[in-house]
Design a protein around this ligand. Structure first.
Ligand code: HNI
Length: 142
């Protein structure tokens, strides 16, 4: 289900506001995911998952870059995310529920940093954006 122009506008506005800090928030969201839902750590046993570690920061930045790429290619998410779909689906076998947990933690993290921006409309729009990304990553559609 595509985002409406209004939904797209609020997501873009928040992304602009975050500027170069998106990687900080995605790293924090990963930390929160691992702390609140430790079973999600099982995929990352080869990485140093201590909060603030270089590997956590690097992974958070990769996540941020992928989301930025998705945001600028919403018309072709399955195409843009195809390599990541193979990685997460076929190689890593990430469970759909774990995408939901990460998405939830990302929303909580953003709400904590931008309480004044986090209106119900922002919440719903971000949730929809992440839903489109997850769908493309999991099923190759949106
Ligand atoms: Ni995910 C690697 C993007 C959700 C587990 N992941 C990546 C990379 C990107 C990425 C980009 C780096 C690929 C590369 O180096 O070529 N991951 C995303 C996005 C989402 C997502 C955009 C959803 C919004 N990943 C998840 C979830 C899990 C997950 C929910 C498991 C809980 N990802 C991984 C693992 C790796 C990974 C594991 C490999 C890490 C490594 O460095 O070995």
């Amino acid at each position: 289900m595509a985002l409406s122009p209004a939904e797209l506008a609020v997501v873009h506005a928040l992304w602009r506001k975050m500027g170069s800090n998106v990687g900080i928030y995605t790293s924090e969201a990963l930390e929160r995911t691992f702390a609140a839902f430790p079973s999600t750590k099982t995929y990352f046993q080869h990485l140093d998952l201590s909060p603030g570690s270089a590997q956590m920061k690097a992974h958070g930045q990769k996540l941020a870059d992928a989301l930025a790429q998705a945001l600028s290619h919403l018309d072709d998410l399955p195409g843009v995310l195809a390599p990541l779909r193979d990685l997460h689906g076929q190689q890593l076998r990430v469970a759909p529920a774990d995408f939901q947990l990460l998405g939830h933690c990302l929303l909580v993290t953003l709400a904590r940093h931008y309480p004044g921006d986090f209106s119900p409309a922002m919440h719903a729009s971000l949730q929809k954006f992440l839903g489109c990304v997850f769908s493309a990553l999991l099923f190759g559609d949106h």
